[in-house]
Design a protein around this ligand. Sequence first.
Ligand code: 5AD
Ligand code: SF4
Length: 476
Amino acid sequence: MNLPDYKEARKREKKDYKVVNYEIDKKLIHKFCGKTYFLKTYGCQMNEHDSENIAAMLESLGFKRVDNYMDADLALLNTCSIRENAHNKAFGMLGRLKHVKENLKKDLVVGICGCMAQESGVVEDILNHYQFVNFVFGTHNINELPQIVFDAMKKEEQIIEVYSKEGDLMEEMPVKRDHPHKAYVNIIYGCDKFCTYCIVPFTRGRERSRRKEDILKEVEDLVKEGYQEVTLLGQNVNAYGKDIYQDYGLGELLEEVSKTNIHRIRFMTSHPWDFSDSMIEKIAKYENIMPHIHLPIQSGSSRILKKMGRRYTKEEYLTLFHKIKKTIPNVSISTDIIVGFPGEEEEDFLETLDICKYCQFDNAFTFIFSKRENTPAAKLKDTTTKEEKEERLQRLNEVVNHYFLENNKKLVGKTVEVLTEGVSNKPGMYYGYTDTNKLINFTGEGIKVGDMIKVEVTDAKTWSLDGCAKVVTKSR
Ligand code: 5AD
Ligand code: SF4
């Protein structure tokens, strides 16, 4: 048994790690033919992509996927710990699985992985109160899943295999992608920023970049397979390369990825701290790097930003914001904002409202501060009531929503390029995303999922656009 330990997870040792090519133990292949699995993913794109690896591994063991846990032999929850409600959702699901296992399907095998598995409190809870859970593994040893599942399918006792330290960096992990035309590509794992509210540096370990040649090969293969869009992923993509190269960062990587001729490149998430001029220039220069930047501000008050450990002031954020707007034509900028951080006074919150009115973000994900075990902010005195926090969130949402609509209205009558992602419920209607990452529903004929389409925008809503197709470029 290996249990998580926060003190260990906090340490940042500049020890070299090995890059290892993943290989499944041949003895385990097809061991579970005829068995089924249910996989539920919570949280961010990183978790979604991990689940794509997990699905591929389970399928090489012979499992087939089912959408309902009632039909499954194995149920696995890939969890998120960013805020309390993510926790609650996973525990709610665990409660349902407990009921199924105790009353309806005694031999259901239940597993937990992902960020919650890295939390010592959660694992203690599972050991003490959730004995029916068969196995737990963490974010650093997804590659061990085949052996863990093999053991869990035959053993009686609980298996807990969670490491607090990052292991080797795995290449060539099998992947079963959720989407046929767009793909996630990890470029950097972990985060060294230690914002005071955030649990990610504990659950995902230190920053470790993949080698550029491995990333480029993955994108080149995706192009050959007919993929149209890649999203380069990391908790902090702007730190790419700093741990392994002298003069090679995200700007240089974006340039090389651009030359693979993939139709569309996106990347997320960016921390304003590491956003270099070179990156901005490359995004402006290459047409296949999409003009959309997710740039979390978190607060408009420099006093609160300092308490959050964000390493920039309101003025520094605005300088970067202006540089991006000036250099990249038609860029859209989205953001994340937290209200009710410990010590946030009404004046601090008004500064957040002011900066939102000034920046007029194209999209914003807004959250109430959630106290995370062992983070520095968990020790700060909470100064607002639940009602005050909720009221601030509502006022904030009114302001940001207003600008989503205003920005969308500016596109009416214009032609935008869209990657068709699906057919909507109404006949003759499709949906996809513009280059600036806006959801658009549109009419058209003879369109297939994967087609790149020029669409005329006919109407604007707060969360989406309407349009009609003009020119269709067939998918590769
Ligand atoms: N409470 C509320 N929101 C949080 N986020 C991260 N940690 C917390 C927390 N403890 C938000 C930040 C981040 C986004 C992914 O989630 O805004 O950018
Ligand atoms: Fe949630 Fe963060 Fe883990 Fe993603 S990395 S699943 S957002 S805690």
